[in-house]
Design a protein around this ligand. Structure first.
Ligand code: NAI
Ligand code: MG
Length: 486
């Protein structure tokens, strides 16, 4: 077997071989603004070749993936999980430098990536159809079949984790994959793909075409040869991608972000709540689809909570991810300018900045830093309480009572996650039922990431579920077989 190079490949992976793509894109460090690598600038022709290879691998004309039984897939995925764990230091280093996230978070992301392969490896041979008791002389069963060629378009905020979430589930179910990682950060993904080839994944089971969204991404979403498409990113791009896939009636899973509330009642364990509220917004510098970007707090404790939070925010510092700060830089200048523009607009509308974090001494010049911001006195319906900012910015609003908390929680088109902090058991359940979102956490936020827990949105947060067994089922479709007998 060939030596694995530490530098991620600059090409496209098609049919088990890295190929030169011609043009490349520069990969910039979010912390310094300097170039750190190059990646392929894949085009429609590469996407076309990748889809052809994935089709051939699925049908049995290329490689051996189609001959892998559920148990063989399970064994490969489990072995690959171990390979990821063995390589975790290099992967975490790449993830940290490429995305700018703090090293502790990068390490956690690589561990989560391995857990996806372990979870779906364990689940691959436990997925099955049903038998249905039916009229008269029939025996009826459902077969749970893979779709075929799965197209996956993923973002830059959690490249390794989302690679695990999408690729492990699709392969476990017996599909083949064409992946379009994000141009802003995908070095860990390219190394993971090299590791997969090195770990003996049959040719064509996983193909990768890095490049721009409007080039490689658009070519993949509109390709007539794909059988399923999963997309994680912005609602706007999600609409384009859905429209493109609809031309060929390709089913889609859309994970499109959120404006998730943390709801703190006066009876809550305040220390636990506030620690989770801070973590929920500064993790990955707020560039997290499930970020808890709104705090809804009961009026009677509002002022005290704002004071306590202000002290916590002022203690937060930003630096390069390698130095493992509270908060890293944003991914690029465009995202930084967007977030700063939204903060300036909020201040212009009379919203108060109750506290700010700071830049660490010696933080690199040229980094796309936005220090954590705590915003209060927000007029009802203002954009900072409805729109996803994708930065370390927490919008605080007071509520009067339980009904008001539910009304405010649901006053956004998004619906991905919610945190509910109260000791009242009845209230916990009432809120869990009334909040319009895909996940509700009570007296915690995020349940430590749990790869086992189904995840996805309602409304503008998207549709379809990933993670857990639901995620595995969503990479399959049901065929009904009815047999008439004497
Ligand atoms: P984006 O949604 O445009 O990018 C996500 C992925 O889609 C990338 O791989 C990109 O190359 C690809 N893409 C872009 N245009 C495409 C097209 N026309 N056809 C097919 N694929 C395409 O997100 P972007 O521009 O990087 O960030 C903009 C905003 O999106 C952020 O400010 C944030 O609000 C949101 N976002 C949400 C994420 C989430 O986890 N829910 C992740 C990334 C961004
Ligand atoms: Mg980058």
């Amino acid at each position: 077997m060939s030596e694995l190079s530490l530098v991620p490949p600059e090409g496209v992976l098609i049919g088990g071989k890295w190929q030169d793509s011609g043009e490349t894109l520069e990969v910039m460090s979010p912390a310094s603004g300097q170039r750190i690598a190059r990646i392929a600038r894949g085009q429609a022709e590469h996407v076309d070749a990748a889809v052809t290879a994935a089709r051939a691998a699925f049908s049995g004309e290329l490689g051996a993936w189609s001959t892998f039984t559920a148990r063989a897939r399970s064994e490969w995925l489990l072995a690959f999980a171990a390979a990821i764990e063995a390589d975790r230091d290099v992967l975490a280093e790449l993830e940290c430098r490429d995305t700018g996230k703090p090293m502790t978070q990068a390490k956690g992301d690589i561990a989560a990536c391995a857990r996806y392969f372990r979870f779906y490896g364990g689940a691959a041979d436990k997925l099955h159809g049903e038998t249905i008791p039916y009229d008269g002389d029939y025996a009826v069963m459902t077969l749970r079949e893979p779709f075929g060629v799965c197209a996956q378009i993923i973002p830059w905020n959690y490249p390794a984790q989302i690679f695990g979430r999408c690729v492990a589930a699709a392969l476990a179910a017996g599909n083949t994959v064409v992946l379009k990682p994000a141009e802003d950060a995908c070095l860990s993904v390219l190394r993971l793909c090299s590791l997969a080839v090195h770990a003996g994944l049959p040719e064509g089971a996983l193909n990768v075409v890095p490049g721009l969204g409007r080039e490689a991404g658009a070519a993949l979403a509109s390709h007539p040869g794909i059988d399923h498409l999963s997309f994680t990113g912005s609602p706007e791009t999600g609409t384009h991608v859905t429209q493109a896939a609809a031309q060929h009636h390709v089913p889609v899973t859309m994970e499109l972000g959120g404006k998730s509330p943390q709801i703190v009642f006066a009876d809550a364990d305040r220390e636990a709540a506030l620690a989770a509220v801070v973590k929920g917004i500064i993790q990955n510098a707020g560039q997290t689809c499930s970020a808890g970007s709104r705090l809804l707090v009961e009026r009677s404790i509002h002022d005290e909570v704002v004071l306590a939070l202000a002290a916590r925010f002022e203690a937060l510092s930003c630096d390069a991810g390698e130095r493992d700060p509270d908060c890293g830089p944003l991914i690029n200048a465009r995202q930084r300018d967007k977030v700063m523009g939204l903060i300036d607009a909020a201040v212009h509308d009379g919203i108060r900045i109750a506290a700010k974090g700071r830049l660490a001494e010696g933080a690199p010049q040229g980094g796309h830093f936005v220090v954590p911001h705590l915003l209060t006195e927000i007029p009802e319906g203002h954009a900072v309480s409805r729109e996803e900012l994708f930065g370390p910015v927490l919008a605080v609003q007071a509520f009067e009572d339980e009904a008001d908390a539910i009304r405010l929680a649901n006053a956004t088109d998004f619906g991905l996650c919610a945190g509910v902090w109260t000791k009242d058991g009845g209230r916990q359940l009432r809120l869990a039922k009334a909040i319009r979102s895909g996940q509700v956490f009570v007296n915690n936020y995020g349940a430590a990431g749990g790869v086992e827990l189904p995840f996805g949105g309602v409304g503008r947060s998207g549709h379809g579920r990933e993670k857990g067994f639901e995620g595995l089922r969503s990479y399959t479709r049901i065929k009904t077989v009815a047999i008439r007998h004497d």
